[in-house]
Design a protein around this ligand. Sequence first.
Ligand code: CMX
Length: 136
Amino acid sequence: MRVLDVDHIAIAVRDLNKAIETFKSILGVEPLKVEEVPEEKVRIAMFKVGNIHIELLEATDPESSVAKFIEKRGEGLHHIAFRVENVDEVSKELRSKGFSVVYDQPRVVAGGKRIINFVHPKSAHGVLIEVVERRG
Ligand code: CMX
């Protein structure tokens, strides 16, 4: 697997609007975008600092993985996302190396602009890892 870049670092929050205000104060910039990702049952805000993107994640459904994460562990660092060229190939490669890859088939989100999959934190020293392919 060849990682092209760190795509973003994600933080799970209870209240996105409040968290946006907090991170505006800390980072001194407005979010690049605030959008809903229905496939993942989250609303996100994306900030850019230097070359790093920071994503705030709010659950939109109590059954979503972000809601469960917050219920179990509280707010905080949720995952690191690595940008790759081909998520399908990377998912197969990681599975063949014995990693627990979350989705059998990578998920297409954001109207086809992103294709994503995850490595379970139990496979990666307690860190949830997202692999993301960007299109367009
Ligand atoms: N980081 C670190 N550890 C995590 C974790 C995370 N994000 N999420 C769960 N865990 C830990 C739990 O604390 C638990 O640890 P213990 O066994 O020590 O208690 C263990 O992993 C299993 O937890 P669980 O609640 O049973 O979680 P599941 O196995 O049901 O789900 C996961 C975990 C990764 C499969 C699920 O969160 C998932 O499908 N994630 C991928 C989708 C996702 O996160 N989407 C939101 C972001 C989308 C986006 O950015 O667009």
